[in-house]
Design a protein around this ligand. Structure first.
Ligand SMILES: [Zn+2]
Ligand SMILES: [Zn+2]
Length: 411
């Protein structure tokens, strides 16, 4: 009697992750319920058709990226959903701002969780390094088998030491490693946040005016990197209300910068202020205004967060790029195909500002993926969350290549 494992989606694609593990007694765990990255906006009915919704199951969300949790609202309302405590708060923020507040409760574990008993399963979330804050690998034990699911991870971010420590003392006798492979067969930039910080310092030093920057407000590692570089060059990092809200809700008790820190200001823009007021968050606006600056008063040497949704308010207040300024795009360059990402860059470019692309991937480098698989030394490696696995399986040990929806019985 063994476990059954099904990758409902993800054996040949990035995103839309959904993996099921079934115990011989019929108890089911679903690891992630992600939205496919290429799903059109507003599309519904996106759950994999192979996922049986007629029987109960427990869901575990590895981290707060939509390609891992974005279909939660399509799951039966009585299925319990677990995730990290900060992940739950980040999911709530994204759902609110996306005008689709999540109506189901999320059960949470703390950032250093112990094993969680779920019927015949024991699940141990292992905090890991990823561009999402509060990301976990999941060790699932049941029926005398052990499955380690990596979720999304990297080794070169500010929590890379956690991955190194796991590789040094891996869980013993892992039967199956379900491994992500985002960066296999790509040449995405992979450098530590410390190296990136030095590159930002150089950009900030050679720029006479302001530095506009686009990055994900939920990529807390990147906010820290930009903040450190701003501090080292005597500049002020100016965050929008949304990013200030993210930090405010998840970084209490940590050393992560937030409103109130030196060299950090929150720009109070009409659009976002109105949105937060509509949410009944006047307290938050008042609190942020204490560390706030109007778009009109943003200092000439600031490092300023820029997104398309801020451009209008900035322009109206006279905060616009000039040729003395620079713009840095700090996300995956593939996103620039969308106007939402391209427009801020073009706005700065047409003003004559220097355009830079300082960025580091949120996912592990191919050599780190292989080193991780070697350290875990599982009896089988199941590839997920990658587009190039078929050409890249060498160096991963015994690979069990599955198709989406294929039911595999662990040996
Ligand atoms: Zn992902
Ligand atoms: Zn992710």
């Amino acid at each position: 009697m063994s476990l059954h494992l099904t990758v409902h989606r993800g054996t040949r694609q990035i995103g839309g992750s959904c993996i099921e593990i079934v115990h011989p007694d019929g108890t089911r765990l679903i690891l992630d319920a992600g939205r496919p990255l290429d799903a059109p906006e507003g599309a519904t009915g996106l759950l994999p058709v192979s996922l049986d919704l007629s029987q109960p199951a427990t869901v575990l969300i590895s981290h707060p990226h939509q390609d891992h949790y974005g279909l939660l609202h399509e799951l039966p309302a009585d299925w319990p959903v677990w995730t990290g405590a900060a992940s739950a708060r980040l999911i709530a923020i994204t759902s609110e701002i996306g005008h689709a507040p999540l109506s189901r409760p999320l059960r949470t574990w703390s950032s250093r969780p112990g094993p969680i008993r779920l019927g015949p399963f024991t699940v141990t979330p292992l905090l890991t390094d990823h561009s999402a804050f509060d990301a976990y690998m999941l060790l699932v034990e049941g029926a005398d088998r052990r499955v380690l699911y990596t979720g999304d991870f990297r080794r070169h971010g500010r929590k890379g030491r956690l991955v190194d420590a796991l590789m040094k003392r891996p869980p013993r006798n892992v039967d199956v490693l379900v491994c992500e492979g985002t960066n296999l067969g790509t040449d995405k930039p992979v450098m530590s946040e410390h190296v990136l910080e030095d590159d930002f310092v150089k950009l900030f030093e050679r720029t006479a005016g302001r530095v506009f920057a686009s990055w994900s407000g939920q990529n807390v590692d990147r906010t820290v990197t930009l903040y450190n570089a701003a501090k080292r060059t005597g500049r002020t990092l100016v965050l929008d209300l949304y990013t200030a809200d993210v930090l405010d809700r998840i970084t209490e008790g940590t050393r992560v910068p937030r409103a109130g820190f030196p060299n950090l200001k929150v720009v109070i823009t009409a659009g976002l202020r109105g949105w937060y007021a509509k949410q009944g968050r006047e307290d938050f606006i008042v609190r942020m205004a204490r560390h706030g600056v109007s778009a009109h008063d943003v200092p000439d040497d600031a490092v300023v967060m820029l997104r398309r949704s801020l451009m209008h308010d900035y322009e109206k207040a006279g905060l616009a790029p000039t040729k003395a300024d620079a713009f840095n795009y700090s996300m995956w360059r593939g996103y620039l195909a969308a106007p939402y990402h391209a427009e801020p860059l073009l706005w700065c470019k047409s003003a004559g500002a220097e355009i830079a692309y300082l960025h580091s991937s949120g996912h592990a480098a191919p050599e780190d993926l292989r080193a991780f698989a070697a350290a875990i030394a599982a009896k089988a490696v199941v590839p997920v969350h990658g587009e190039n696995w078929d050409m890249q399986t060498s160096g991963f040990g015994p690979v069990q290549r599955l198709d989406d929806a294929e039911i595999w019985t662990l040996p």
